[in-house]
Design a protein around this ligand. Sequence first.
Ligand code: SF4
Length: 283
Amino acid sequence: GGVLPMITSCSPGWVNMIELKYPELLPHLSTAKSPQQMFGAVAKTYFAERAGIDPAKIVSVSVMPCTAKKAEAAREEMCASGYRDVDVVITTRELGRMIREAGIDFNALEEAEFDSPLGTGTGAAVIFGTTGGVMEAALRTVAEVVAGKELPKLEYNEVRGMEQTREAVIDVVGVSVKVAVVHTLKSAKMMLERIKAGTADYQFIEVMACPGGCIGGGGQPVPVDASIRQKRREAIFNCDRTSELRKSHENQEIKTLYDTWLGKPLSEKAHSLLHTHYHAQNR
Ligand code: SF4
């Protein structure tokens, strides 16, 4: 019963635009919450239960490349656990300033592991930070879930690049899936006009509001220009290449979360915590 093409919903700058200017196309938007909001909801429920902490006493803080994430965290409906999914959002630029003000020398800090549960990440998560990365991460998982086995193809160069609108036809276990990747609000608007005109014959579209995706986000350290975005992009792909785990569905913490607590991906519990609905907004 879904509406195609389905469009990603993890970029609040983009979600704001479609809610304000194209509310008639909202049924195309995925109901999945953004990673920030999913993490907050899981932290105040699953993590709270596992750690034996009253969720009322948890303050969840996220560090984001994005100023729009502050307004996203404040959305009325983003409190699936009964408490705000995310209490405080700090941009990377603000965190950088705080680190400098506190005189912390990162190079002199001892290496440490992230806490468990929820401390393990994958290369697929890292590439969310650049245009095409959400699509590539989704394809890595969808192809293997549909095939029911590990596949040799891991990198989807077809969706990488910096052109503001890119498209590709991907073979997913014998089925051709036509996808598009769009970044900047100007290109997103052009894509929405194509959807309205019935000329966007894709199954899935990734949209990021900022140039280059989150590497060019409004909360990132300044200045940002094309060469800095390129360096951030290279760093992201290097980090993915050297990650022990590169696919979301290989993350043991996430498997345990589903196996022991959420149930199947489409369970009522998963839906109520990890999904939401977007609606028309007035400025
Ligand atoms: S693309 Fe921009 S608006 Fe969207 S999540 Fe990233 S930084 Fe925020």
